[in-house]
Design a protein around this ligand. Structure first.
Ligand code: AMP
Ligand code: MG
Length: 411
């Protein structure tokens, strides 16, 4: 089956992402995880603060707590009548002329409204000498200044960061509701592919895509199944897709998505499912089939290793975020002066691999990382960014401003 969106023409990334957005329904099922398992998972339900944070007024310094009514314009002294330790408060109440030794995080004693840093006073026995005109109400952390009781601690959906886990823990929350993991199966296609460890026969290459994909899919939000290598055999790919579609939310294949005689992916997808689009106006990564097999979404990525990486980042990652109900981030891109000549023909948006660095004047400069063939892994391995060139752009001369997109975490 083929839907209306399917066309033989090359479509832009924006159109592809719009198509995906309209086609995907976010995963609805949730599960409970504890804070040890929650990093990077998608928070499904908002969390509210069960009590004020901080729960009590306390000192942000090691020093002396006192009442600002005692402040004088010239140096003055107060009598130290106790100590407030973090976790062991001073239980009395301050009277006029008194102060309390206090440490960071310790409860501010009743009657005190200010803390002076210990470096600003001198102590002789229990008599503390304050400088004149010390600031009132300084160095205090107020009740609820971070979050008020019953206010939103974390809105959902949200990808839980290390900071979020600390915030939840500070509120005593150990378990949270998160979206269930997305079940993703992937496989490589190609008669030329051999597994690492086997000697290479004439014309064979090692299957590198599955290792790249496994690494790109290394994410606590995903449960990943590696289906191995499927030969360029229509019946086998057909059977593999139908079978994997039963138990996965997403299938990703690499190779066989183009127009060669051994490229069956799009044809099979049209037979057993729905092709939403097939060809992207990007380089690397033109052949990319997106569609659906029953309830399972399918991404037929190109075979060339760099095309796999570029299409995964530009298309599959936003789609997987959307399945997790996460809004899509616009990729961080900024301008840099290009210091290598770049070859480019008008027609497709290009993601050339570059090395960007900040220069002494604070501006950015980028050079090409080397050969730009979509099979050339070594140049990409040296790169730290894409140089993003528009569809219309042609050759780039040295000194021209270009847009760069830094690589994400795993590249
Ligand atoms: P295809 O799209 O199947 O025509 O493949 C395009 C190019 O990518 C060919 O040179 C393939 O040999 C290569 N290729 C396909 N799959 C892989 C893979 N899993 N690992 C490395 N290279 C691959
Ligand atoms: Mg192939």
């Amino acid at each position: 089956m083929t839907n209306q969106c399917y066309s033989n023409s090359l479509i832009s990334i924006k159109d592809a992402l719009d198509n995906i957005k309209a086609a995907l329904s976010p995963i609805e099922e949730e599960e409970t995880v504890n804070l040890h398992e929650a990093l990077n998972r998608t928070l499904a339900q908002p969390c509210t603060a069960p009590f004020h944070l901080p729960a009590f007024p306390n000192s942000s310094m090691d020093g002396y707590a006192f009442n600002s009514a005692d402040i004088k314009s010239t140096p003055f002294t107060l009598e130290q009548v106790g100590i407030s330790w973090a976790g062991k408060p001073f239980t009395g109440e301050l009277l006029a002329g008194q102060c309390v030794r206090i440490f960071t995080g310790a409860v501010l004693p009743k009657g005190a409204d200010s803390v002076v840093m210990q470096e600003h006073v001198t102590a002789s026995d229990q008599i503390i000498h304050f400088p004149g005109n010390v600031q009132a109400t300084q160095n205090i952390r107020y009740i609820g200044e971070d979050v008020r009781q019953d206010d939103c601690l974390l809105a959902a959906p949200k990808q839980l960061s290390a900071i979020d886990l600390g915030l939840l823990a500070s509120a005593g929350i150990y378990e949270v509701r998160v979206k269930r993991r997305i079940r993703i199966a992937f496989f490589s296609t190609g008669d030329e592919l051999s597994a690492i460890g086997n000697p290479l026969a004439a014309g064979q290459i090692y299957d590198s895509n599955r290792y790249t994909l496994a690494a790109l899919l290394n994410n606590p939000c995903y449960t990943v199944t590696d289906l191995g290598v499927i030969r360029d055999n229509k019946a086998r790919i057909h059977a593999c897709l139908l079978d994997a579609a039963k138990s996965n939310d997403v299938i990703i294949s690499t190779g066989g998505a183009s127009v060669g005689d051994a490229d069956f992916i799009k044809e099979i997808l049209a037979e057993i499912g729905q092709v939403n689009f097939w060809k992207l106006a990007i380089k690397p990564g033109k052949p990319l089939a997106f569609g659906r097999i029953q309830a399972c979404y399918f991404f037929g990525l190109p075979g060339n290793p760099i095309s796999v990486i570029a299409t995964f980042q530009q298309i599959v990652t936003p789609a997987l975020r959307q399945l997790s109900s996460l809004s899509n981030r616009t990729p961080l891109r900024f301008k840099a002066i290009c210091q290598s000549p770049l070859r480019k023909q008008a027609g497709r948006q290009e993601f050339q691999r570059g090395i960007v660095q900040q220069t002494e004047n604070g501006k950015f400069a980028v050079i090409s990382a080397g050969k730009q063939g979509s099979n050339i892994l070594s140049a990409s391995s040296r790169a730290n960014c894409y140089i993003v060139l528009t569809r219309e752009q042609t050759n780039v001369e040295v000194g021209t401003e270009v847009l760069v997109e830094p690589f994400s975490l795993f590249l």
